[in-house]
Design a protein around this ligand. Structure first.
Ligand code: A3D
Length: 311
C-alpha cells in the first residue's frame, strides 16, 4: 500500500516539529512547504530530518519545497502558514495578514488536492478555519481546526501538576473558541475517574481554569518573540494520526456545527470523532446553564472575528 502523503504548509516553529513528529510516528512521507524566500530553510529542515533517520529508524521521506505542484494528491495538510503572536498581541491582531495567506493556501489546496483532510492551525484559529472552508469549498467533514486538543492538553497538564499525579490519568475537556473566552468544562474533568471538582477547592480550580485560558499568552510573554510550538505540533499530529489510522479518537476540535450545541454555521471547539472520513461525528451532550452561557459568550467572540473576514 502506498504511504500517505502529508503536506505541511508553513515550515516555521510548528511546521518543523510537525515534520519530526510525523516522521517518528511513521505517518507517511512528508513535504514541508513555505514561501520562496524560505525555501532554503525548509529544504534544510527536510535534509536534517533525513539524516536523523539512521538514529530513529523511520522510513519516511521528507522534502522541502515552495512549489505547489509538489503537493499534488496529498492526503493530509496541516496549515501553520502565517505570523505568530508577539507579546501584547491578541490572536485577533493576526487576522488581516493571515487571512490573505489562508485564502491563497485554500485556493491551492482545492486545485492540487481537493480530497485531502485539512487541519488548520494558523491564528486566529476559529476565523481561519472558517475562511479556509469558505474559500476552498472542501467538504465540511474534511476541514477542521486544531485548538481544543491543545487547550485540553494544557488543562490536563496543569491539573496533573496540581494533584501531583500522572498526566495519563487526567481527562479534561475545553470547548469553544481558541481565545480567552474558551470554556474548560470542569464538571467532566477527572483524575483516574475521580471528579476534579471533588479533589481541588473551587477557588484554586478557578485559578487553574484561568491559567488554561491564558496559557498561550503566558508562553508568548516568556518567549518574547513567537508562540508555543511543541504542544501545538503534537496536538495537530494526534488529529492527523486519528484520520490516517482511522482511530476514531474523540478530540475537542474546531468543527463545523450545524445545530450541535445550538450553534449553526460556525467552526468552534466541540468533541469530535476523527476517523477515515475526517470529522465523522460531533458528540453533543447536555450543558449546565452556566456552561451554556459560557459557550454562548465564546460563540459571540468567534462570530465577531468571523464577521471581520467578510466571507
Ligand atoms: P512561524 O515559526 O513564524 O512559522 C510560520 C511559517 O509560515 C513561516 O516559516 C513563514 O515563512 C510561513 N508562511 C508565511 N506565509 C506563507 C504562505 N503564504 N505559504 C506558506 N508558508 C507561509 O510561526 P509558528 O509555526 O510558531 O506558528 C504558526 C501559526 O500557528 C501562527 O499563526 C500561530 O499564531 C499559530 N498557532 C496556533 C496555535 C493554536 O492552538 C491554534 C498554537 C500555536 C500557534
Amino acid at each position: 500500500m502506498a504511504r500517505a502523503k502529508i503536506s505541511l504548509i508553513g515550515g516555521g516553529q510548528i511546521g518543523g516539529n510537525l515534520a519530526l513528529l510525523a516522521a517518528q510516528k511513521e505517518l507517511g512521507d512528508i513535504v514541508i512547504f513555505d514561501i520562496p524566500k524560505a525555501e532554503g530553510m525548509v529544504k534544510g529542515k527536510a535534509l536534517d530530518l533525513m539524516q536523523l533517520k539512521p538514529h530513529d529508524g523511520y522510513d519516511a521521506n521528507i522534502s522541502g519545497t515552495s512549489d505547489w505542484k509538489d503537493l499534488t494528491d496529498s492526503d493530509v495538510f496541516i496549515i501553520t502558514a502565517g505570523l505568530p503572536r508577539k507579546p501584547g498581541m491578541d490572536r485577533e491582531d493576526l487576522l488581516e495578514i493571515n487571512l490573505g495567506i489562508i485564502t491563497d493556501v485554500a485556493k491551492n489546496i482545492k486545485k492540487y488536492s481537493p480530497n485531502a483532510f485539512v487541519i488548520v492551525v494558523s491564528n486566529p484559529l476559529d476565523a481561519m478555519v472558517y475562511a479556509f472552508y469558505k474559500v476552498s469549498q472542501l467538504k465540511k467533514n474534511m476541514v477542521v481546526g486544531m485548538a481544543g486538543a491543545l487547550d485540553s492538553a494544557r488543562f490536563r497538564a496543569f491539573i496533573a501538576m496540581e494533584v501531583g499525579c500522572s498526566v495519563q490519568d487526567v481527562t479534561c475537556m475545553v470547548l469553544g473558541g481558541h481565545g480567552d473566552t474558551m470554556v474548560p468544562i470542569t464538571r467532566v474533568g477527572t483524575v483516574g475517574g475521580v471528579p476534579i471538582e471533588s479533589l481541588i477547592e473551587p477557588d484554586r480550580l478557578e485559578e487553574i481554569v484561568n491559567r488554561t485560558r491564558f496559557a498561550g499568552g503566558e508562553i508568548v510573554k516568556l518567549f518574547g518573540n513567537g508562540s508555543a510550538f511543541y504542544a501545538p505540533a503534537q496536538s495537530a499530529i494526534e488529529m492527523a494520526e486519528s484520520y490516517l489510522r482511522d482511530k476514531k479518537r474523540i478530540i475537542p476540535c474546531a468543527s463545523l456545527c450545524e445545530g450541535e450545541f445550538g450553534i449553526n454555521g460556525y467552526f468552534i471547539g466541540v468533541p469530535s470523532m476523527i476517523g477515515k472520513n475526517g470529522v465523522e461525528k460531533i458528540l453533543e451532550f447536555e450543558l449546565r446553564d452556566d456552561e451554556k452561557s459560557s459557550l454562548d459568550n465564546t460563540l459571540e467572540a468567534v462570530k465577531k472575528t468571523v464577521l471581520e473576514t467578510k466571507l
